[in-house]
Design a binder for this molecule. Structure first.
Ligand SMILES: Cc1cc2nc3c(=O)[nH]c(=O)nc-3n(C[C@H](O)[C@H](O)[C@H](O)COP(=O)(O)OP(=O)(O)OC[C@H]3O[C@@H](n4cnc5c(N)ncnc54)[C@H](O)[C@@H]3O)c2cc1C
Length: 392
């Protein structure tokens, strides 16, 4: 059977692209290997899909080519997607930092995308395993699967990254890219919890569940969000964000008192010198963390008035610039996204067509474009899908 467009991967980017291409009169088949469409949409945002962010901008994306994402994000913005959500009367709210979540369940977004596909007469082909794709002499593609063989003029690869194999993740998109001569920027788990080294694990494993606001820094990148101690390391939005900028062997700087200035302890010594440091930390940090700090960091049991200037500096530094060196991350099993992917220098940022193979397109997370936590990754899926749909 011949169709104009075959989309591989029925996730966020694939469904959006198929729907929009279909609505423009192209005949489209979308092929998904899993039984359910959009598994990651369903589990996203704690079940309420953080579908975009008011603050979308290219600085929130990591790629070897930081310019690549700019054009698509400008042509299909967060407001275009919000319009679509509003047309479907899906209730939503801003949670924090511009992040938009469904009031109800993520399935509202999935059902909207499937309705959009229906409007575009898209053929939905799920539970279908593609074994091979090839380019024919007439320039068309042949897609061979366990459910049949199709040919098409345009082939769109929207198979996502490697994170969460249980949600359908596979390296199939990278395989197709390599088959047609593309290079893959090294992939790595991102937006992922960090794991302590053995020696630190014994120190900090006693306070799982303790959460606090912090400012976390790696290189030039800083995030002011919540962090969470887990039974094996560090998580919470701040740590997930910084994990995308961190590599094994590097340190991470944590400000445990982001609302206090560097003069905080010195000022306190002047005004409340009778207090111990432990008393000074009460109400500023969770009690369990204070107890751990006092015990493990051997905080002296004396009043602040008895501290000399060096001690004040030392404890200010320890609390506001705590350096940690995690061992590794939890990996693709729990990562929300995959860094790296199809090299964007070999793909058009206007059409998303391969520069190496005419009529082959890559969209969404399979590309080397990774957003911050907070709806940025779905916005990339929508924006790249919309732009490709205008050309397939
Ligand atoms: C737990 C979790 C929570 C998240 N929460 C958010 C959030 O709230 N906000 C946000 O912006 N981002 C979130 N993300 C990230 C977001 O889900 C992804 O960035 C986004 O889904 C990428 O869209 P995509 O279409 O490129 O890939 P995917 O949505 O991963 O879709 C790829 C599809 O291709 C299919 N596929 C793979 N291989 C094949 C094959 N060989 N043949 C056919 N089909 C194939 C897969 O089964 C999958 O359905 C979250 C991710 C996870 C894991």
């Amino acid at each position: 059977m011949f169709v104009d467009v075959i989309v591989l991967g029925g996730g966020a980017a694939g469904l959006m692209c198929a729907a929009q291409a279909g609505q423009q009169g192209r005949s489209v088949i979308i092929i998904e290997k899993e039984k359910k469409w959009g598994k990651k949409i369903l589990i996203s945002g704690g079940g309420r899909c953080n579908f975009t962010n008011y603050e979308v901008n290219p600085k929130a994306y990591i790629s070897q080519n930081p310019h690549f994402c700019k054009s698509a994000l400008k042509r299909y913005t967060q407001y275009h997607f919000i319009d679509l959500v509003e047309q479907y009367e899906i209730p939503y709210h801003e949670k924090t930092l511009g992040q938009l979540f469904c009031d109800n369940l993520s399935k509202d977004i999935l059902e909207m995308l499937l309705s959009e596909c229906q409007k575009g007469n898209v053929i939905l082909q799920r539970e279908t395993r593609v074994s091979k794709t090839k380019k024919l002499d007439n320039g068309h593609f042949e897609v061979i699967s366990d459910q049949g063989t199709w040919t098409c003029e345009s082939l769109v690869v929207a198979t996502g990254g490697l994170s969460i194999p249980k949600a359908g993740a596979s390296d199939f998109g990278y395989q197709i890219a390599e088959q047609f001569g593309h290079s893959i920027v090294n992939t790595r788990a991102a937006l992922v919890p960090l794991i302590w080294k053995e020696k630190d694990l014994s120190l900090y494993k006693e306070i799982p569940g303790v959460a606090l606001p912090c400012k976390v820094r790696r290189g030039d990148q800083t995030f002011a969000e919540a962090m969470l101690f887990t039974h094996k390391g560090l998580s919470g939005p701040a740590m997930l964000q910084i994990s995308s900028y961190w590599k094994e062997g590097q340190q991470i700087e944590i400000d445990l008192l982001p609302d206090e200035s560097d003069n905080w302890l010195e000022e306190l010594r002047k005004t409340q010198g009778a207090k111990t440091l432990k008393q000074a930390l009460k109400g500023k940090l969770p009690n369990r963390l204070i107890d751990l700090i006092v015990f493990k960091w051997q905080v002296p049991n004396k009043s602040l008035a008895q501290y000399n200037a060096n001690e004040i500096l030392k404890w200010t530094d320890k609390l506001k610039r705590w350096y940690v060196m995690p061992d590794t991350t939890e990996g693709y099993q729990t990562a929300e996204v995959t860094l790296g992917g199809v090299n964007t220098n070999e793909v058009s940022s206007k059409t998303f067509e391969s520069n190496l193979c005419p009529k082959l397109y890559f969209i969404g997370e399979v590309l080397d474009v990774t957003g911050w936590l907070g709806g940025y990754n779905f916005q990339w899926a929508w924006s790249s899908a919309h732009c490709a749909a205008q050309f397939v």
